[in-house]
Design a protein. Structure first.
Length: 482
């Protein structure tokens, strides 16, 4: 086996004077990649008509992107750790722009789906470089602030996607609008590539992992485990039905993956993910749990509300997007502040934020079903704003705390694992909460009852996230007393 020289300790930190400008450029790229997760939701009717797609085809346009996105996050982060984030960001950007253009120009549903799968792979290469760069460029309270901006990007991209998609479709019409949603990535991405090439630091030669190669068996094992979780979820949303045999393979593959990674480390090689070190990092595993559960509840809520407002209440894509915008506004107001607070009050930020999210969504559950017309602006907007104020305080502190003890040289792979949990959570939430809506609707034929059932499902999931966050606070207190 080729000998690999890895640094025993991270190099002495010297703050890059351009670090905030670098962060701004990379967050624009991250925003673009994450936006395509939710922007497409309001474009589904237009895509279906534009390329004569079936309901199953349209579902794969959404789910296929999430599937390949989740499959490549850890490998993409590891490649950035080993070969430099600048290089991987340029490669990922090139792939993302090419795939975006292919989606926008595709003449058939099959080509749209294929291009969306490729777009998800490229996004999986791009996204973990953001968290890896923050680990590399920032320390102390500054890292909390940087993750605050990152959390803002994640929250706002999820909530703002339907608005931007609705605006583009309203401006250009259904036929051209859905294509423009993807084609607009090209000029933005080309400009970002110029800034990445000029601003992002090259990986110093002395920090390179000489002779390192991607741990292909590890990548295949972890990818297979993730696939065994995501594929049944995607298929369930597609109407194929449960694939319990495939789900059962996931823990087996993950166990083999852990054994393989330990073997690589014992031989002095470069693992895809150093599971032993990450296990020793306080709060890492529970941070993945909190983040995954939050995205399970949070993502499904927006999908259900978008479907309910358009299908049951016959609202336009633009109006639907505008009604959901207050969550993004609330997140924007608190995400960066929460990133600063986390350095002083720690995990209590996440607990408080989840309580606020639950209060806002609980109010939506009580007040919104059965409402329509102008009353929606009075009864949906304020509680969504409240939920957004809480949501802005969940993502960034959880990133900061989860990765706090992870060495910067592993920041990409560790951040990729955290985001893989979020992608799995998003897919799981979309499947579970939409299933609650559709099953209740089929049994009762009352959209309002179906909406309430779906929102109650989301509240139950978010309550579990809150319980886990409270447990982390208690464990931290016990460690401090010990």
């Amino acid at each position: 086996m080729t000998e690999v020289r890895r640094p025993e300790a991270d190099p002495v930190y010297e703050p890059d004077p351009r670090r905030w400008r670098i962060l701004a450029v990379t967050l624009v790229i991250g925003f673009m990649a994450l936006l395509d997760v939710t922007t497409v939701n309001v474009a589904l009717p237009s895509i279906r008509n534009g390329v004569d797609a079936s309901a199953a085809d349209v579902q794969w346009v959404v789910s296929g992107y999430a599937l390949t996105f989740g499959l490549t996050l850890v490998a993409g982060g590891r490649l950035g750790d080993a070969y430099g984030r600048r290089r991987m960001m340029l490669i990922g950007l090139a792939g993302f722009l090419g795939a975006s253009a292919a989606v926008g120009l595709a003449p058939t549903a099959e080509l749209v789906i294929a291009a969306r799968l490729a777009q998800g792979v490229a996004a999986g290469l791009l996204t973990p470089q953001n968290s890896g760069l923050i680990q590399q460029l920032f320390r102390g309270p500054e890292r909390g602030r940087a993750f605050g901006f990152f959390g803002l990007t994640v929250s706002v991209s999820a909530a703002l996607g339907p608005v931007l998609g609705g605006l583009i479709i309203a401006a250009l019409g259904p036929e051209l609008g859905w294509r423009a949603i993807f084609l607009v990535n090209v000029p933005i991405g080309l400009g970002a590539m110029v800034f990445v090439a000029r601003m992002l630091p090259r990986r110093p030669r002395e920090q390179q992992e000489v002779g390192s190669r991607l741990d292909v068996p590890g990548a295949l094992l972890l990818g297979g485990a993730v696939l065994c979780v995501l594929l049944p979820l995607v298929s369930a949303m597609d109407g194929v039905g449960p694939m319990l045999g495939v789900v059962a393979l996931a823990p087996v593959l993950f166990w083999v993956f852990v054994r393989w990674e330990r073997r690589i480390v014992a031989r002095g090689g470069a693992p895809l993910l150093d599971v032993a070190l990450l296990r020793r990092a306080p709060g890492y595993a529970s941070g993945i749990g909190v983040g995954s559960l939050y995205f399970t509840g949070f993502t499904g809520v927006f999908l259900v509300l978008s479907v309910h407002l358009q299908d049951a209440l016959d609202l336009s894509a633009l109006t639907t997007g505008l009604l959901l915008t207050p969550f993004a506004v609330g997140s924007a107001l608190t995400a960066t502040s929460a990133g600063r607070w986390v350095s002083t009050i720690g995990r209590k930020v996440t607990v408080l934020a989840l309580v606020v999210v639950l209060a806002g969504l609980g109010t939506v559950t009580v007040l919104v079903p059965g409402q329509e017309g102008s009353s929606l602006w009075l009864l949906l907007v304020p509680p969504l704003l409240l939920a957004g104020l809480g949501g802005g305080g969940v993502v960034s502190p959880n990133f900061t705390l989860t990765l706090a003890e992870v060495p910067p040289r592993m920041g990409g792979a560790a951040g990729g694992a955290l985001q893989t949990g979020q992608r799995i959570g998003s897919a799981l939430g979309a499947a579970m909460i939409m299933a609650a809506y559709q099953v209740t609707l089929a049994r009762t034929d009352h959209p309002d009852t179906a909406l309430r059932a779906a929102l109650l499902t989301a509240l139950a999931i978010l309550t579990v996230a809150l319980v886990l966050a409270v447990r982390d606070v208690r464990l931290d207190s016990a460690r401090d007393l010990g």
